[in-house]
Every structure is written in C-alpha cells, then in structure tokens.
Design a protein. Structure first.
Length: 341
C-alpha cells in the first residue's frame, strides 16, 4: 500500500468517526430536548408573573414537577381551579412555603464534585432578601402566619424518614432581626417534667403558632418520636405526646395534622394521617388509606392538602380533617403547596 493510499484510508476513517460522533451528539441533544418538552396530556405551564399574594378566590403556589422547561419552578394556579393552566415564575425550589408575602425556598447549588444546599428568603415578588446555608438535603419548610419566622429541616445523615438510620437538623430564623437558631438541639428539652439529654436527639417538621413565639415539631430520640411544643423566648421544648411526626398546626390553632406510624404496616410505608385536638389530646384517624410521608398543609380549618408519589415525582391530594370523606386528587405533578388568600 502506497503512502498516498494510506493517507486516503486514514482520512476516510477519520471522517467516518466524525460522522458517528455527530450522530451521537444529535441523538443525545434530541433526547434532552424531548425531556425538556411538556409531557403530552400533562398540565399546561407558561412563563409569567408569580407573586406571593392572594387574589379573588385565593391562589395555590407549589413546586411544579411536570417535565418540561419549567420543572421545579414555583408555579401558581387559582385555588379553585388547581388543575388548570399553571404560571411559572422562574424560581426553582426543592421545598417551599409562604405566608404574608414571605416565602422560604430550599434550593440545590450544583457543584463540580457535590451539591450543596441553601435556604433563600423571598419577598412577595420572588426577590431574594436573605440566604442561609443548609447543612444537608432539604426536607421540610414553613413560614409563620405573620411572615416573621421561617424554618427548614434537612437530612444531615440518611435521606429518608423510613426506618431509624437518619439524622436531621431543624433551624429557625427571625427574619426581622436576622437571629438564626441553626439547630433546635441547642434548646432545653423537658420530658415528663424533667430536663432530658441524649446524644441521638433529632428535630424535624416545625410548624408555627400565630403568636411568633410558640411552635410545634417532632422530636426523635431512643427509637421514639414525640410531639413537642417549643418556646422561642425561653428556648425550651416540651414533649406532649408520642408517635407524632411532621405536625401541621391548623389556622385556628386548635388542632395538629400529622403522620403516625401504625403497627402492622410495611416498614417502607408505615404512616397514616391523623389529626390531634390540642385541648383534649384526642386523635382522629383520617380516611386516606395510603402511607403519607409529608407534612400536610391546611387549606382552611376543615381541609388538608398533602403529596403522594406520582408518575413525575408527586401529586397533590385533599381530604377532610374530621375523619370523614375520601381523598380527592387536587392536581398532578406538584409538591410543596401553599395557599395564599
């Protein structure tokens, strides 16, 4: 084979390899493009203005889980037409909650080696007013009814509430003063009237009372969970009842909605929804037959909203809070709901 022939063969081989590479790149780009398009038959989502303020009939704001260019963005729909067309505001959150024109958005910060996380405080126009580092994978978020206090929970060990091999950290920040409590583990724990100390203490799922002083949350220790009532001024938490997780205080402050571990259920789906009367400590089993791993949201004093696994991450359901009725699908491909009146 002459030198010229060898050069021709080499050039042809290089051209063939280049063609194969080009086809591979185009196919990959096409797959990515298809992933970014809205799923046929899924909810319609368009860009627009999202504000953390209510309107006639109220608004529902949540993290959009539908595949497409607006996946993970905060979106809004009229509260009475939750399945309608969504408006996406461009801000992405893993967990979200809002009240009185203040939002807390837990975000992932993509890094070359590993992701980090942060809590971003938003005003009514979704403008960032403050940022805080979050020491693990975000799990829960809440804002007090006045908009003054914000809280978040993160997994700092493990990545699920299923089983007992996990560690969480719950933080609270006063948005008026900027005072941050990085972990509720710094508070004095009162159990059965006595100070309690243990190395395995975890807190998660904070929910605020309307006085901007008291709150409720879950305390986990020694293989048990407790509903606790916290006092921000005294920096104490007091146990009220066992087997309560991810509490959510009703708008009138009289009841807690929560998930409870029920004996006999599968280890990977152990919870059922309940409500608890805070005056009598009498609990009511709700009619949702599936395991709910969520911190429910009260739409009003009679109706709860919560997430269950769906085809694209999660779907939202509603249920009466008095133990009657049946679950109702609110909207698909959504999580972290907030009602704004």
């Amino acid at each position: 084979m002459t030198l010229r022939t060898r050069l021709v063969v080499l050039l042809c081989a290089l051209a063939l390899l280049a063609g194969v590479a080009t086809v591979s790149v185009l196919r990959a780009a096409d797959r990515a493009d298809r992933r970014d398009r809205a799923v046929p038959g899924g909810p319609a989502v368009t860009s627009g203005r999202v504000a953390l303020s209510g309107g006639p009939g109220g608004l529902l704001v949540f993290r959009n889980m539908a595949w497409g260019p607006h996946r993970d963005e905060l979106t809004t729909v009229p509260a009475d037409r939750a399945g309608g067309e969504r408006t996406a505001g461009g801000v992405k959150c893993l967990r979200f909650y809002a009240a009185s024109g203040t939002g807390i958005c837990l975000q992932a910060v993509r890094g070359p080696v590993q992701d980090t996380y942060r809590a971003v405080v938003l005003d009514a126009r979704l403008r960032v007013t403050a940022r805080y580092d979050v020491p693990g994978v975000p799990s829960r978020a809440r804002v007090s009814p006045s908009g003054r206090l914000a809280t978040w929970t993160a997994f700092v060990g493990g990545d699920s509430y299923v089983g007992g091999d996990f560690a969480t950290r719950a933080a609270i920040v006063d948005l008026r003063t900027g005072q941050l409590t990085p972990t509720l583990e710094s508070y004095r724990i009162v159990r059965d009237g006595r100070t309690y100390r243990a190395a395995d203490v975890n807190f998660w799922g904070v929910t605020f009372a309307s006085d901007d002083r008291h709150f409720y949350a879950t305390l986990g220790t020694a293989g048990r969970t407790y509903l606790i009532r916290g006092d921000l001024r005294a920096r104490t938490v007091t146990t009220l009842r066992t087997n309560v997780e991810c509490p959510s205080l009703s708008p009138d402050g009289t009841r807690i909605a929560f998930k409870k571990r029920v004996k006999g259920l599968p280890a990977d789906a152990p919870w059922r929804l309940y409500t608890l009367d805070l005056r009598t400590l009498r609990e009511t089993a709700l009619t949702e037959p599936r395991s709910v791993d969520d911190q429910p949201v009260w739409r009003n004093n009679t109706t709860l909203t919560y997430a269950l696994p769906g085809d694209y991450g999660a779907d939202l359901y509603t249920l009466p809070s008095d133990g009657t009725g049946t679950p109702h699908l609110l909207t698909r491909s959504a999580v972290s709901p907030t009602y704004l009146n």
